[in-house]
Design a protein around this ligand. Structure first.
Ligand code: F0G
Length: 355
């Protein structure tokens, strides 16, 4: 059996990048589509999870990053820059390391999960903490790229979306057609835009017969696509999607509109509850932001939405190990520490404590 070659080599001719670009790859993509018995049971639909935490750096960002770094390297860049809530910087640092480029990272001070920060640092990223939020960081990254010889690899770089759309191809390849519905978290809105590109391309190529209804979920405290207004001070425990003014606003709105889909907000409580239930029922541990699509589905069911008989894909965008602090804080018993039960080294004591 052959090894999965990574997003560029698997789908090269479908990606709008210079076709002679050598691939800088960590064999990203090819992530599992996992059936959720739990959510299928609740909805009467076939619900599948696209588990993007299985990518090399633990999030969907690797799909776009293989493309952006490959093209930047091919075009002679020596350094790359991004603004990030954590995952983009982790991914950029890894791919830049592989390509021999210098990674420069701008992140909002104190709002990055520790796992992501560790990734950026261990791969050699020059990490600059900014007194401001993601939106401020993105404005700075754009400014740096305009004035200095450093390539911008945020999703405002269209090459990123070219790589990211591969997730839609994979889903269609696995299901044999596009699903009826696609639900996912939305922050800077690159991912939903990329999925729509991918689904549209497969339909145009005649590889599918339809495109899904796109439903994007934002955290209540950072939900500009729901309210229609930028959030000057976005706030949510789901730090990955703590974004007040998404760069791909227009593309994302277009995706929702053309698919007869929509955006909705979920509370931090709903997000954390969905994260926990997904971990306990399906065995899939995702970071808080990644559970927004699950929280969205659960909220819709509560309000009477009917998915019976349909095929639903929910993207879970990043691995739970990225942010263990939030999981421990929210779910460890007693609040005293990691575990709330300590016993002597004795079988019966353990049995008693386990109940
Ligand atoms: N889920 C996770 C885990 C993310 O890291 C992000 C975005 C999203 C969802 C939202 O995707 O921005 O394409 O709408 N993270 C970016 C970052 C902003 O810097 O890592 P989006």
């Amino acid at each position: 059996t052959r090894q999965w070659r990574g997003v560029i080599e698997e789908y090269r001719e479908l990606l709008e990048i210079p076709q002679d670009t050598p691939a800088v790859t960590l064999r990203e993509g090819g992530t599992p589509l996992v059936a959720s018995e739990w959510l299928s049971g609740l909805t009467g639909a076939q619900v599948h999870l696209k588990v993007e935490g299985d990518n090399p750096t633990g999030s969907f960002k690797d799909r776009g990053m293989t493309a952006a770094i490959s093209v930047a390297k091919h075009e002679g860049a020596k350094a790359v820059v991004c603004a990030s809530t954590g995952n983009t910087s982790a991914s950029m640092a890894a791919y830049a390391a592989k390509a021999g480029l210098t990674p420069l990272v701008l992140v909002p001070e104190g709002k990055i999960a520790a796992g992501k920060m560790a990734q950026a640092i261990i791969h050699g990223g020059r990490v600059i903490m900014v007194r401001g939020n993601f939106d401020d960081c993105l404005a700075m990254a754009r400014g740096l790229a305009a004035e200095y010889p450093v390539a911008l690899v945020n999703s405002v770089n269209p090459v990123r979306l070219q790589g990211q759309k591969s997730a839609a191809f994979e889903i269609c390849d696995m299901l044999g057609d596009a699903p009826d519905y696609h639900l996912l978290p939305v922050g800077n809105a690159g991912n939903i835009s990329a999925y729509w590109l991918g689904y549209t391309q497969y339909l145009d190529l005649g590889r599918t017969t339809r495109r899904p209804v796109m439903r994007g979920f934002q955290a209540e405290g950072a939900s500009p696509l729901v309210t229609g207004e930028p959030f000057p001070d976005p706030e949510t425990k789901a730090t990955a999607i703590r974004i007040g003014n998404p760069a791909s606003w227009h593309l994302a709105e277009q995706a929702a509109k053309e698919s007869e889909g929509r955006f909705a907000a979920v509370s931090d409580e709903q997000i954390l509850a969905a994260q926990r239930e997904l971990a306990r029922r399906d065995g899939v541990f995702v970071e808080p932001a990644s559970a927004a699509g699950i929280a969205g589905l659960l909220a819709e069911l509560e309000s009477g939405e009917d998915y019976t008989g349909s095929t639903v894909v929910i993207t879970v965008t990043g691995h739970g190990l990225k942010d263990t602090a939030t999981a421990l804080e929210a779910f460890a018993g007693g609040g005293a520490g990691i575990v709330d039960t300590v016993v002597d080294a004795d079988v019966h004591a353990a049995a008693k404590a386990a109940g």
